[in-house]
Design a protein around this ligand. Sequence first.
Ligand SMILES: C[S@@+](CC[C@H](N)C(=O)[O-])C[C@H]1O[C@@H](n2cnc3c(N)ncnc32)[C@H](O)[C@@H]1O
Length: 248
Amino acid sequence: MSGAECEEEVDPTEDEEEDEETVIGLGSYKGKVRMVRGDPSDEMMLLWGLQQPTFSKPNAFVAQSSLNLSLDACGRCLSISQSPSSLGVPGVTGSVMWDSGIVLGKFLENAVETGLLVLQGKKVVELGAGCGLVGCIAALLGSELMSLHGEIMLTQHWWNLLPDFVIGSDVIYSEEAVTDLLDTLLELSGTQTTIILAGELRNDAILEYFMEVAMEDFIIGRVDQEGWHPDYRSPRVAMYVMVKKSMP
Ligand SMILES: C[S@@+](CC[C@H](N)C(=O)[O-])C[C@H]1O[C@@H](n2cnc3c(N)ncnc32)[C@H](O)[C@@H]1O
């Protein structure tokens, strides 16, 4: 076979398309993000087609039947209390840790260590904190943290200022949760607020619904796994950075 025959044909438009979708930095996150635009069903096809979440083990980083979960982060060994028996109570989901929480916590740690994120002195609100591990890591990284779990009426802003960051893991899992989450994100964030969400790829219809509604008010970028902590990557998890659109 000649050299010419071995050469792979390259479509020059392919690279251009990828470059258009990939940007460096969104909001206060300085890493690479792939913009989510257009039809959200394309995003679902990409995630489910490329990552094939159902083929990998769920709860790879957590032990939901244990009373304690330990994780090394920020130079410490964090020990988180869990209540496995409470999972049987209807509507209770935050009594144990979920993979996306570990992924998000370690992502924050890695992004700070690699200079892609600054949390020192920043106002961070964690939504749907559950056992609170992600917030603990954000606080250890120097943030002023407000951690929320359970229903809460935000009648006034905690610091009389909008937060620099809103973070959350596994908070997109039902239509009701999506509606409440988006209302809260709209209320809590300004155009200077960076939202970082990690979600479990369980239900494409719910995530697509979230994307569809969120895209009306927010610019959304996906952080691919290469941007996460190298030891805490999972094809069952997706990570998004979002920034509220400016008013026209
Ligand atoms: C699946 S758990 C995830 C817990 C934790 N973030 C983690 O990753 O391990 C979902 C969390 O979102 C909270 N949540 C869901 N819908 C909510 C709502 N409408 N108002 C307040 N919290 C809500 C639940 O209370 C629960 O703590």
